[in-house]
Ligand binder design. Sequence first.
Ligand SMILES: [Zn+2]
Length: 254
Amino acid sequence: MPLEFLKRKGSQDAPAETVPTPAAAPTSGLAMPEEVVAQEYQLKLYYAGKSSEGVRMKTGPNALAELPGMLVGLALTEVEVVEPLPIEFSQATPAISRPSEAMQWLNAHHIHSPITRHALVVLESIDAVDLAFDTFVCTMLDGEVDTSGYPEYNAIVGGVAAHWDEATGDLICRAVVGWGGKGVRGDTDRIGSKLLAAILSNILASRFATGLTAIERPVPAAGRGGLVCAHCGFASAHERAFYCPKCGMRLLRG
Ligand SMILES: [Zn+2]
């Protein structure tokens, strides 16, 4: 269900209204005060998060289906699965002052719960998850929601992010947590670290896990070029890419 609220009738072709240039303002003769009294306004937004090392998983058709189970015992709310974005949403960004990017983001994510949307705003803003290739399973891990169902600034959200290793085709899973908003509390970082460790422990307990691995983040090829996946359209800039980080299929070299 695409939201088309930005298409305002006639706003595209309407000529810019002409504003008459004001004539030189008449001088009133009032004296400028010695000190200008200013009202100050500010908003401090604080977003933070943590991401663990990667855990390499034996590839298999069930590997992705295992992800929600890794949050058993930790999830305070329903676990939602956010799949990597289709190519037509490749510009999606949670930034309301960029209408085209914001529209893509809303079209992609308005179906999710307030908790998952909050998690995506925080974790995408700090670059802890990248839905160009990450599959993200998400839940509330600590804290409370407000009366509208959105997590409070000190609530911790997160879960497991996974992408396919471009060189081997293994699934690489990592624990990701985040929090933030209009406020900071001293103990949130410590609770976040404990939750990150708990999720990592659950990932390592999976029967598909084969060990810890450093994360080589896939690099999407900006614009055209790179190696384009014939299955999902993802363009990789990685020279050693043999598998698509987004869908795990073998890349065909021309
Ligand atoms: Zn692909």
